[in-house]
Design a protein around this ligand. Structure first.
Ligand SMILES: *Cc1c(COP(=O)(O)O)cnc(C)c1O
Length: 526
């Protein structure tokens, strides 16, 4: 396996550019290509402008709007910002109330939080247990001074589909603008703005096998006068978004949209079957929870929580797969997934989630390899944590090169010497434990003692990969040590040996605490 790249199962994060898209983009780059500035009046500008117009039409056809309603942006983040800040700051309409949901993408949450600081009032809706936002809850939140409702079409973590048509109908009755972040649904689900009452729609090219750095906000005619531009300059995009149009990106986006329109239904059936197969295999492993169960979900996303394992360790232990976890220590923020928490999942289950997202180039073989790798690693980590039988001993493939662990830490994480318990041992044994699953880390250490020294040591641990590696390393140092010098150094020293990043140091105190608990029991016996 060494040298081979992992199987890509993270299409909800981004997708590779389709070769047909890349070819079209390439035609817009060199001197012989359509590289001109679409605003220029000469031949170069006019041919570039024609290509941009064609792409605009391809995108408009995919979502059922008019070409003029497409405003190109740098991506869905910018489209979300333009919709939210643009609607809030437009001179038309004096209301200062906004409605959104706790399960939105940060590109919606963060602008909303900013507006809240600026004196707007935001109603934060919670999803039902199945992950959906109840259209009746939106209706109940509307007030005479509500300016904008922002509810996503498909959630990027769970794949749960919101009934945006119903929400749109409610908003239209009350003359409130509806913005919908459709980054995860465009190209996957049918969107027809002639039938769905959505005023502002955010799209991202790189979620549909187009290039990164390009997206669009569709601005329906009724929303145009109620939207203030946020980027000023050359007056491009009907004054709504200044900046030279990125011809090659836009052309790629257009081709990606056209391919999606043609292949969408067939692809949804194919991915739905692959996802079902994956879910059937994972479900058989026991202690597996489907997040967003009970709700309609897109075929491409499967989000599952596994009892008894920590998400980052699971992902780190699967170097042959590229996927995401809602776990605390892999994400930038120190919180488990806000989306899974909003669904009512415990911290522990939110921390043990995997998001597997499939796409255009995912094969049946990929899905089968993923299922068996997950089974292997789940079993290994559960047995390390003492919540499953003995490990089958197969530590799987992969070099750990991209694991975020140092080579030594990887080795200890992967081989976990001294894992197990000393239950059933004939000699005197002391045991110390610290932490707990709900705290994200638990370490249990057993020492077999003879007189004043340790003759054998074993551990069980639940936690992030650094905690598991450090525990394995520390416990290996224990045999032969005496009671007075049992603890081999301190967490800072262990972190130095195994190259644990400083911000993770706090996680290692639990190892020291477990050793101290062993000492207390030992002293009580002596
Ligand atoms: C990916 C994504 C975004 C951000 O899109 P960019 O084009 O990367 O800025 C916003 N919202 C959702 C739901 C997404 O999945």
């Amino acid at each position: 396996m060494s040298g081979a790249r992992p199987i890509y199962l993270d299409y909800a994060a981004t997708t590779p550019v389709d070769p047909r898209v890349a070819a079209a983009m390439n035609e817009c780059l060199g001197l012989q290509g359509d590289f001109g500035n679409p605003s220029s009046g000469h031949a170069y500008g006019r041919s570039a402008a024609r290509r941009v117009a064609a792409a605009r039409a391809q995108l408009a056809a995919l979502v059922g709007c008019a070409s003029e309603e497409v405003v190109f942006t740098s991506g869905a983040t910018e489209a979300d910002n333009l919709a939210i800040f643009g609607a809030a700051r437009a001179p038309a309409g004096a209301g200062r109330h906004l409605v959104t949901a706790r399960t939105e993408h940060r590109a919606v949450l963060d602008p909303m939080r900013r507006l809240e600081k600026e004196g707007f009032e935001v109603t934060w809706l919670s999803p039902r247990a199945d992950g959906r936002i109840d259209p009746d809850a939106v209706r109940a939140a509307l007030r005479p001074d509500t300016r904008l409702v922002s509810i996503m079409h498909v959630n990027n973590e769970t794949g749960v589909i919101n009934d945006v048509a119903a929400i749109g109908a409610t908003c239209r009755e009350r003359n409130v603008l509806l913005h919908c972040d459709a980054a995860q649904s465009v190209g996957r689900l049918e969107i027809d703005l002639r039938r769905q009452a959505i005023d502002l729609l955010s799209i991202s090219a790189h979620k549909l096998c187009g290039p990164k750095g390009i997206g669009a906000l569709v601005v329906r005619p009724a929303a145009r006068p109620r939207l203030a531009p946020q980027l000023l300059g050359g007056g491009q995009e009907r004054g709504l978004r200044a900046g030279t149009l990125a011809t090659h990106q836009i052309v790629g986006f257009g081709v990606a949209a056209e391919i999606a329109a043609i292949e969408r239904e067939h692809e949804a059936r194919r991915l739905g079957a692959l996802r079902e197969r994956l879910w059937q295999s994972l479900q058989g492993l026991g202690g597996v929870h489907l997040n967003g169960a009970g709700s309609e979900r897109v075929a491409a996303i499967l989000n599952v929580s596994f009892e008894g394992v920590e998400g980052e360790s699971l992902v780190t232990g699967l170097p042959e797969l590229a996927l995401s976890t809602g776990s605390a220590c892999s994400s930038a923020s120190a919180e488990p997934s806000h989306v899974l928490r909003a669904l009512g999942r415990s911290t522990e289950l939110a921390q043990s989630s995997l998001r597997l997202s499939l796409g255009r180039f995912t094969t049946e073989a990929d899905v089968e390899a993923a299922a068996s790798a997950i089974a292997r690693e789940l079993y290994r980590l559960r047995s390390l944590a003492g919540t499953a039988g003995a490990s089958p001993g197969d530590s799987g493939a992969g070099s750990g090169e991209d694991s975020g662990l140092s080579p030594l830490a990887w080795q200890y994480f992967r081989t976990a010497p001294c894992a197990g318990s000393l239950a059933g041992t004939a000699g005197p044994v002391v045991c110390g434990e610290a932490g707990g699953e709900s705290a994200g880390t638990r370490v249990r250490i057993w020492l077999e003692i003879e007189g004043d020294s340790v003759t054998a040591a074993r551990f069980q641990a639940y936690g992030c990969p650094h905690t598991l590696a450090v525990t394995a390393w520390v416990v290996e140092q224990l045999p032969g040590r005496r009671r007075a010098t049992l603890v081999p150094g301190d967490p800072a020293g262990w972190a130095a040996v195994l190259d644990v990043p400083v911000e993770k140091l706090g996680r290692l105190f639990v190892v020291e605490d477990a050793l101290q608990a062993c000492l207390r029991e030992w002293q009580a016996r002596a």
